[in-house]
Design a protein around this ligand. Structure first.
Ligand SMILES: [Zn+2]
Ligand SMILES: [Zn+2]
Length: 102
């Protein structure tokens, strides 16, 4: 449970410093409390309810990579498509094919 003991993890959306939320007007989220249990994009009602707020951006990038690789696209094609580094894409695809590690 305390994998993110140093960096914290938002209890609402599950974001971390490596996997933050993004809003075009407010940028990336930060911590709204000292204990790092809630992020600014969940604590601020206005941002939380903004449809443009995207929580845990890395998750959605990973989800897209996994989706495309399952569609049969190669790592090279996916990295072109999403503008990501091939090493990064390869890592996500490998983890997905191995059934995921916690
Ligand atoms: Zn949050
Ligand atoms: Zn957040």
């Amino acid at each position: 449970m305390s994998l993110f003991g140093f960096g914290g993890k938002c209890e609402i959306c599950g974001c971390t410093e490596d996997n933050p939320c993004y809003n075009p007007k407010h940028g990336l989220c930060g911590w709204a409390d000292d204990k790092r249990t809630i992020c600014t994009h969940c604590a601020d009602k206005e941002i939380a309810e903004d449809p443009e707020t995207e929580h845990c951006v890395n998750d959605s990038i990973e989800a897209q990579v996994i989706h495309l690789s399952r569609e049969g696209m190669t790592i090279e094609q996916i990295s072109d498509e999403l503008g990501l580094g091939e090493t990064y894409v390869a890592k996500i695809v490998k983890r997905d094919s191995e059934g995921g590690e916690q």
